[in-house]
Design a protein around this ligand. Structure first.
Ligand code: TMP
Ligand code: MG
Length: 217
């Protein structure tokens, strides 16, 4: 019997703005490193690439763009890193991704723009490397407010975030049982959320021998 090679795990953390996602990603990274795991942190949008700079300017409302164009740029921003994510995983490095294709679908579909159905929004991200686990930080509108409200960026408005939340829920349901999509109550204290995330991630901490999947392909 031939042994399958162990690769790094692909962990995605998703959530609304003010869900505590950035802190949790950092805590998770620190925890994995403390366990001796090689970790690479990736954040989408990656605002440092030429495509990322266009996205950054749009999010700060320094430029306007057609809804379809910006949607495709967010996806292109993932595709430009897809190969290097795959390479990291194959070399045994665990990759934690702060937002991924699910944000791409949720924020664009929530616009309810004509011709931008859920299916259309999903299209460009089909066949991206699939996460081994997706941790969705579910935060309530009350907690979002209690945490000091939103910043200045486009999309950081309560009514829009509520629509985004609904699309995320749909994604979670449609991903199905084998997808390892977990919604975690992000209204809890930071330490409690971190503990719950760790419990979910721990089985993958030493990597996995599962072949890397492709999203919706
Ligand atoms: P950030 O706050 O995590 O830096 O993300 C910036 C915003 O971009 C956030 O409101 C979510 C949104 N977004 C999309 O609309 N589409 C995407 O594909 C991604 C990754 C983020
Ligand atoms: Mg933000």
């Amino acid at each position: 019997m031939s042994e399958r090679k162990v690769r790094g795990a692909f962990i995605v953390v998703e959530g609304l703005d003010r869900s505590g996602k950035s802190s949790q990603v950092t805590l998770l990274e620190e925890h994995l490193k403390a366990e001796g795991v090689a970790v690479r942190l990736v954040k989408f949008p990656d605002r440092t690439t030429p495509i990322g700079k266009l996205i950054d300017s749009y999010l700060r409302s320094e430029s306007e763009m057609d809804d379809r164009s910006i949607h495709l740029l967010f996806s292109a921003n993932r595709w430009e890193l897809a190969k290097s994510i795959q390479d990291s995983l194959e070399s045994g490095t665990t990759v934690i991704c702060d937002r991924y294709a699910f944000s791409g679908i949720a924020f664009s579909a929530a616009k309810n723009a004509s011709g931008m159905s859920y299916e259309w929004c999903r299209g460009p991200d089909i066949a991206l490397p699939a996460p081994d686990i997706t941790l969705f930080l579910a935060v309530s509108p009350e907690q979002q407010r209690a945490r000091g409200g939103f910043g200045e960026e486009r999309y950081e408005k309560a009514d829009f975030q509520e629509r985004v939340e609904h699309v995320f829920e749909r994604i979670g349901v449609e991903m199905g049982d084998g997808s390892r999509w977990f919604a975690v109550d992000a209204d809890q204290r930071k330490e409690e959320v971190a503990q719950e995330l760790w419990r979910l991630v721990q089985p993958l901490a030493k990597g996995t021998d599962r072949p890397l999947g492709r999203l919706w392909a």
